[in-house]
Design a protein around this ligand. Structure first.
Ligand code: SF4
Length: 357
């Protein structure tokens, strides 16, 4: 179906439903794609797209950034990280600031480069900042397996990996926001498979469609969600069939399960969500930066910047409802992570939304 036909179909179905429906794009890549392609402006008013907590950088807590900076201050360390993490504010500044003060912090493009840095610097400790959802985790697990099999003593991961399902469940449990259906994250689902979303349908009666990233994919997925809402059903459907299967990537899942185990994790704005994080298993404990540098303990410092990223991440407000949006807070001077990350909701609104939104 063409984009025009899909928009028409969505409009007709929205009229049949006759009320506002809130559909959440869980993943930051969907948020950006929906803005960039102009989809948001073509949807009927009654179909609202809410942005969810699926930007890994945005949900990383202040405390983790503080901890990473403390590690950078430690003698003989090299910190390796993805570029998006550099400007995320912790309670005492950012990694960029620490780098400007002379600390050895290097931006890399794949976790494998962290291993290469460890191999090239045998006399120094190389620490990778392990942040990300199921899409990134298998590669990081692989670096740990690799370091283990090569007996590399100078590599470790400061682990803040998260899994998306517990966060989606927490949103369903929350009284703040009503979600009528989920556009489930395409990249994450390539690894996890579609089956993991079934509890959302069973326990919360939430329709789920795993969506691709082209404009037609997103529109078709919205259309599929409206079909479920009209029929009163709640099931998991795969729109992104060219990449996602029911069971997912078993090899990647095995690698992750070998290296990591579930743990409680702190999410920016959402607090601690049980079993929503991953920590390094004891069989690989020498690659866990938290255990390797036990004297580093950073207490959380509460700052009141006025940033409402927590509410944005839970879709309680849109970025334009934050008093700092486009005033004090811009991509050149981000106050919160949602304005820093390339997948951040505030950054997407800043770049693509209309002035009056
Ligand atoms: S506009 Fe800036 S300060 Fe406000 S919620 Fe977004 S990132 Fe935080």
């Amino acid at each position: 179906m063409t984009v025009d036909k899909l928009v028409e179909s969505i409009s007709n179905k929205s009229d049949r439903i006759g009320r506002t429906v809130n559909l959440m794009e869980v993943c930051g890549t969907h948020t950006m794609a929906a803005f960039r392609s102009g989809i948001r402006t073509r949807l009927p008013e009654q179909v609202r797209l809410l942005s969810g907590p699926g930007c890994p950088v945005c949900v990383t807590s202040d405390n983790y950034i503080d901890h990473a900076i403390e590690l950078a201050m430690t003698e003989n360390t090299i910190i390796t990280t993805f570029g998006d993490m550099m400007r995320v504010p912790g309670s005492r500044g950012s990694l960029s600031l620490a780098k400007a003060r002379g600390k050895d912090i290097r931006v890399i493009y794949s976790p494998q480069q962290a291993l290469v840095a460890a191999r090239k610097n045998p006399g120094r400790e190389v620490i990778f900042l392990g942040v990300g959802f199921e899409t990134t985790t298998p590669l990081v697990a692989w670096t740990i397996q690799n370091a283990y099999s090569r007996k590399m003593p100078n590599y470790s991961v400061l682990c803040a990996h998260k899994t998306i399902m517990p966060a989606m469940r927490a949103l369903c449990d929350s009284d703040d926001v009503r979600v009528d259906g989920f556009l489930c994250p395409g990249h994450v689902s390539v690894i996890t498979g579609a089956e993991i979303y079934k509890p959302l349908c069973r326990e919360y009666h939430a329709p789920c469609v795993i969506a691709g990233f082209e404009p037609e994919d997103i529109l078709l997925s919205i259309d599929m969600l409206l079909n479920q809402i009209i029929s009163g059903e709640a099931s998991v459907e795969i729109q992104y069939t060219r990449s996602v299967t029911a069971a997912g990537n078993k090899l990647a899942q095995k690698c992750v399960n070998d290296v990591f185990k579930p743990c409680d994790a702190s999410w920016r704005g959402m607090g601690v969500i049980p079993s929503s994080g991953l920590s390094v298993r004891s069989s690989y404990k020498e690659y866990d930066a938290e255990l390797k540098f036990p004297r580093i303990r950073v207490s959380e410092v509460k700052r009141d910047t006025g940033c409402r990223c927590g509410d944005v991440l839970r879709a309680v407000i849109t970025p334009s409802e934050c008093g700092l949006f486009k005033k004090e807070c811009t991509p050149d001077n981000p106050i919160g992570p949602c304005m820093v990350s390339s997948e951040g909701t505030c950054a997407a609104y800043y770049r693509y939304s209309r002035i009056d939104e």
